[in-house]
Design a protein around this ligand. Sequence first.
Ligand code: PGA
Length: 233
Amino acid sequence: MIIAANFKMNLTLAQVNEFANMLNANPMPNVEIFLFPNTASLAHLLVAKSFEWGAQNAYPAYNGAYTGEIGAEILESLHIKTVLIGHSERRMLHERHEFCVEKCNFYASRGFKIIYCIGEPIEIREKGQHAVYEFLESQLRDVPLNYPHLHIAYEPIWAIGTQAAQPEQITQTHKDIKTLCGSAKRNVLYGGSVKPDNVQDILKLPHVDGVLVGSASLVLDSFMKILKVATQF
Ligand code: PGA
């Protein structure tokens, strides 16, 4: 199972390093853990022994004149080799599909692990599963789907920070994503209101290979509960 924590614009350096201390002291068998802290903390993170740090954002270039961005040279110098791409909160800001694809191709070319987020808005979900399929197909267009270190995170926008999608919706959509990826082996994580009290029911669903957790990852105790559940799978 893969459990990823997206801290978004939360938690200070001291707080994220508390997560590192706890995880380093309590390795979780069978669980691949990724933590995505704020960019400003990346340079001062404690060494990750039983998990991996990742960047919430990265520009598709080695270095250069890109004010406010962070590129591969800086990330690699900090031993960060995992990146989150395509989160709906960044797409809502300014990131277009083509730019997400460019990022994905660039970081794939540098051997990074990539968690690539896709997910439909409520208007599409209301039209039914076929519309969702077509929407996700368009979000996966030109993404390097054969790249071995690519994980897809299915995050229906309407389920983020609200209430998790229904089990049937998750199962069917993950199945569809694996079909679109051309491989049942492609890891597909679910994201959207994953909590300690629903994670077991989500992880046991067919075609679910892990979860991407937002708000429930911000409290160390609640994140540890999620990880403990994941060790049972
Ligand atoms: P949430 O966020 O768990 O708070 O719904 C998930 C995400 O945006 O990755």
